[in-house]
Design a protein around this ligand. Sequence first.
Ligand code: ADP
Ligand code: ZN
Length: 659
Amino acid sequence: MLVDVAVPVPGLPLLTYRVPDNLTVQSGSRVIVPLGRRTILGVVAKTQTTTQVKGLKDILQVHDEDLSLTPELMDLGKWMAGYYQCSWGEALGAMWPPLLVSAKRAKVNTQAAGDAAVRDQPLKLMLQQTGVLEAVKAALDQKAYAAFLLHGVTGSGKTEVYLQAIAHALEQKQGAILLVPEIALTPQTCRRVTARFGAQVVLWHSKLSGGERAEAWRRLRSGQANIALGARSAVFAPVRNLGLMVVDEESEPSYKQEDVPRYHARDVAAVRARAAKAILVLGSATPSVESYYNAQQGRYRLVNLPARVDHKELPTVKLIDLAEAWRLEGKMPLFSNELLDELSGCLKRKEQAILFLNRRGFAPVVMCPDCRHVITCPDCSTAMVFHQQGNQLRCHTCDRRMPAGPACPKCGAACVRLSGAGTQRVEEELQRFFPRARLLRLDLDTTRARGSLEKALGQFGRQEADILIGTQMVAKGMDFPQVTLVGIISADTALHFPDFRAQERTFQLLVQVAGRAGRGGKPGLVLVQTLNAAHPIMELAKRQDYADFYQQEIALRQDLLYPPFARLAGIVCRSVQPARALKFARTLATRMQRIADPATQILGPAPAPRARVAKEERFIILIKSPTVAKRANVLQALQGLMVPSGVKLSVDIDPQDLL
Ligand code: ADP
Ligand code: ZN
């Protein structure tokens, strides 16, 4: 027998192999095949009836049948290959357990903790929750594809709705997938799911070892477990008889994979749900502009949870303008007087506070207050980051280091550090103001060890600390009833991103973080420190007014032809020899121009926003097309393209960050 095998190699079509008589395979089987001088793990895509063609190589080994890919996943992979412009094998590579040669049955425990004995009981729903749940249940009973966008303010009880919807799916003998932005950052949600469903749940995330993932795969495929809970890649979990897919915090950027295949888990979930005749539920307090637009267009059913559980008030948000203090002191104060006063009151009342620093894409940079020059890495064109240790500046991309001199290299004036301060500095200064307060710091440094994040959150939950200082880790999903005060050290950093989504991201972040306050009985207060207090986004975040935000943002997107009014693709050509990369990018852009329809824009090539990374110069071509089909048409220019040596090419469909 002959079979066509998909291998995870860019640009390769299906490859034909011979199946030796002692092996049996079928479509979806994982097989080890020789490829050039190596052996590689592939998936059988098709079996052929022809028997003998000369010169074909043999399949070397076949994995257990229970580790094979289901027809449903094979089809999903095929769709991904077409849509995301990768090979079928690369798309399937995102799904399978990373097993190379040995697929031995591992004795590992992938089953979530909290088994049968303390099973958590469903809560009695609030009226608004009942309305949403009934709609989802009715759709589940129909056993046809339907998609919901659940817009629920922070603390409105979305998670409880997900759990009861999952329970309903299980009653119908259907399985469910619950996607969360990052499993390590949402331990509370995970605990609630496992406390409710015990051994029914399989945790699915990128840190699973090969053996663990194989075991998780077997448990789901055999139907021993029927719920997969995990981050992005759990969208591929081989749940049997899939009835429900929930994507929590659907607007989170972490749902987009940055490497090939560059898929968006929310969008893949929609495609999978449709094919499986399952129900899709996208939930968020701040839906992405694209998803809300889809709901407006009738593609998703919009369901709302407009109030917090038990009619608790949303927190009051106050903007604190730091501009004047900055001008007076020549540097941004970390803590305004208002914030210090409120912290002090909070401590006196024995309540808890969270201080938030935005670290995604931000680090302490050095800026000249006279000429506004920011010191950047000559190799990578990104801002150099100040490190107290050794008093030096370091590039976080190529690790170039230089001494942190006091004078501006351009004009000689004394430079100042933009107080994007690290969590450590916030902790130190705060301790000086409140020597007896118990502080807890959560960042990548303090949570590196396995289990340390869970431990720290446990401490905070038991009120063994007064103030939690953290990065975006503290923004999502956390539910601490004693927190009455949230301070945002600087709201500006996200706003200065060179990306059309910067405003949306800022709004989302502020509303999400603010949502951590006042979840218990007492009202919450949020203080937002900013240099841009007059910016419309700050005002909208203050009112936590999603509808107004959406109206403003959708108009901008329409004017500038950005999603959801355009389908984007970013094509980056990069090389250590800039002239070569640019020449190639120009050729490519011309080819695209030639075949593009008049409604499609081909922009560039231009230096990418991060123009130089690790000595490679990067040029970006941005495609803006009115439809997927028109975009695909332009992308045909990539077919059979000879990329000159020394030049690297990457294609990002629906890019989330314009890098
Ligand atoms: P969201 O996910 O919308 O931010 P959660 O699901 O975390 O909200 O709910 C917020 C809090 O309200 C949680 O402590 C949760 O246990 C509680 N809660 C949710 N639904 C109910 C309910 N029906 N009755 C009582 N408490 C509830
Ligand atoms: Zn200067």
